[in-house]
Design a protein around this ligand. Structure first.
Ligand code: GLU
Ligand code: ZN
Length: 303
């Protein structure tokens, strides 16, 4: 008899199909998966191909095949953002109706000339342009967004002062990641977002959008980013970060250690299912470090 009660926990993994699976991709996948499993919840996959200009052909298949080879099991059909334009449009219409948006015709060049990191509100009060060559920005109100990240602790950001009016639909007609991710997290009923630390900064904008759209705000948990010794995010070209499926047991153990877990050394000899079994049973969120160096990743590639 187990005393595990069913919960309504819904987590997700939302990779962008922009290239090969690398160590950082796997960290986000493993972290979100174990949180979902530990909470007896569901784990969903969403392919974030909203920016179709960055989509690499077959990268989605490559990601899903790698996940399958590692023994991940997901709930429901995989969702593709490129098929969700109508949902984003509907959200945009709701924001428009509340006069929270405005067209922006500023070029990058004009904006860099103003020398401001934050959009200075140039187009806020301009009449609507007669052409369609513009981006759509969301008005940033003087609102303080405060949230407590499960790993990074208390965070706060003033949307107006620290972020400014931000783009929700791009000049090229594509919806911005910030809007798409918020709509999809709500649509999929996500209760906790577990992802890489590079998105910690985006979270206040997402919570702000959730509030304006009357969506619930999920919990957030930002995992350490694999950075090199200079502090830069490791890139897919950094050979050490590529995933070799032939040594998946070792790779999974490396990811677990990267996330502060302590799998026993001899477990590498077991099969992947036994490692998962150990990992779910022993998963401890409070062991996740806030920062990690690439040097701490033990060679995931054959030497
Ligand atoms: N698609 C994003 C990425 O691959 C992740 C977005 C998210 O998890 O919210 O970096
Ligand atoms: Zn403008």
């Amino acid at each position: 008899m187990t005393d595990i009660k069913p919960t309504t926990y819904r987590g997700r993994f939302a990779p962008s199909p922009t290239g090969e699976v690398h160590f950082g991709t796997l960290v986000a996948a493993v972290g979100s998966y174990l949180q979902a499993k530990k909470n007896n919840g569901k784990w969903l996959i969403r392919i974030e191909d909203v920016d179709v200009t960055r989509t690499v052909k077959n990268a989605d298949r490559d990601i899903l095949n790698t996940l399958e080879a590692f023994g991940f099991e997901w709930h429901d059909e995989v969702i593709y953002q490129s098929e969700h334009t109508h949902y984003y449009l509907e959200a945009l219409h709701r924001l428009n109706a509340e006069l929270l948006t405005f067209p922006c015709t500023c070029t990058r060049k004009q904006l860099t000339k103003t020398n401001a990191d934050i959009y200075p509100g140039t187009c806020r009060d301009k009449p609507a342009p007669k052409h369609y060559d513009y981006a759509i920005r969301l008005m940033a109100n003087d609102t303080e967004i405060i949230f407590c990240d499960a790993v990074m602790g208390q965070q706060s950001q003033n949307i107006k002062q620290q972020c400014g009016d931000f783009i929700i639909k791009r000049r090229d007609g594509l919806f911005a990641y910030q809007l798409a991710v918020v709509v999809d997290d709500a649509l999929q009923g996500i209760t906790e977002v577990v992802r890489g630390n590079d998105l910690l900064d985006s979270t206040p904008r997402q919570i702000y959008l959730q509030q304006l759209l009357h969506y619930p705000t999920p919990n957030y948990c930002h995992l350490p980013l694999a950075v090199d010794v200079t502090g830069k995010k490791i890139s897919k070209s950094a050979g050490t970060a590529n995933i070799d499926i032939n040594i998946k047991e070792k790779t999974l153990c490396d990811v677990l250690r990267f996330l502060g877990q302590q799998p026993p050394a001899e477990i590498i000899e077991s099969n992947i299912h036994d490692i998962w079994h150990w990992a779910i049973k022993h998963w401890q969120l409070n062991q996740i470090p806030q920062k990690r160096h690439i040097t701490q990743i033990q060679n995931t590639k054959h030497v």
